[in-house]
Design a protein around this ligand. Structure first.
Ligand SMILES: C[S@@+](CC[C@H](N)C(=O)[O-])C[C@H]1O[C@@H](n2cnc3c(N)ncnc32)[C@H](O)[C@@H]1O
Length: 198
């Protein structure tokens, strides 16, 4: 859990690069030890991107909540030509996401900034996509769902991934209580992709 919050002073030698493939795209990321899924694209993130590619239409401006290295936004910008705001509580993740947008030539499509949940988020979005922080507890997770509702345009989509054994059913129920709809649009090896429309 702690690694989400530590904004360590890093040495140059703490940083490294990895490349990985997702949705037929070869992407490279600058990374470091304190970041989620530091040397490969996470299986949950991969399941989320695959479901969006197969089952969703995205257009306009989206928010990547808890962007980490920027995998979600960078992939979806390349696939759909959309624009993104990207936020994370980890300042190293914010810096690395900025670098990774440039590294993957999509810096014109996104804006990255530090935020604890929706604290510094002021815009409204056509879609919000997230592989949410789970280890930080149910309260934050549930607050993020209300924040997503508040920051979506009418007909805007919330799309997220969660493992069944990380509380998928209770999260789905909670989203339903806010949005009055929430469907499972895909599942893969224990990862469930949930979608709700405002
Ligand atoms: C499961 S990781 C997903 C990272 C990235 N989106 C990916 O798919 O590889 C969750 C991310 O949420 C961030 N996070 C944790 N708590 C947060 C909070 N309160 N506000 C914003 N981001 C947070 C973490 O730093 C981490 O980068």
């Amino acid at each position: 859990m702690q690694h989400y919050f530590i904004d360590k002073q890093h040495k140059e030698s703490d940083f490294f690069e990895f490349c990985d493939e997702v949705l037929g795209l070869n992407l490279c990321f600058r990374s470091c030890d304190s970041i989620f899924s530091k040397n490969k694209i996470d299986d949950g993130t991969r399941a989320l991107l695959s479901a969006i590619d197969k089952k969703c239409q995205l257009s306009g401006v989206g928010l990547d909540m808890g962007c980490g290295l920027g995998v979600i936004a960078i992939t979806l910008i390349k696939k759909f030509g959309v624009n993104f705001d990207m936020v994370d509580i980890n300042k190293t993740a914010v810096s690395l996401s900025k670098e990774n947008l440039i590294k993957n030539n999509v810096q014109k499509n996104a804006n990255v900034f530090y935020s604890n949940g929706f604290e510094n988020v002021t815009n409204q979005y056509d879609f919000i996509v997230t592989n949410p922080p789970i280890k930080t507890g149910k309260k934050l997770l549930f607050d993020l769902m209300q924040g997503a509702y508040n920051h979506l345009n009418q007909n805007g989509q919330l799309i997220l991934v969660i493992r069944k054994d990380h509380g998928m059913e209770s999260l789905k129920k909670h989203i339903n209580s806010i949005f009055n709809n929430c469907e499972i649009i895909d599942r893969n090896k224990g990862y469930y992709i949930l979608k709700a429309i405002k």
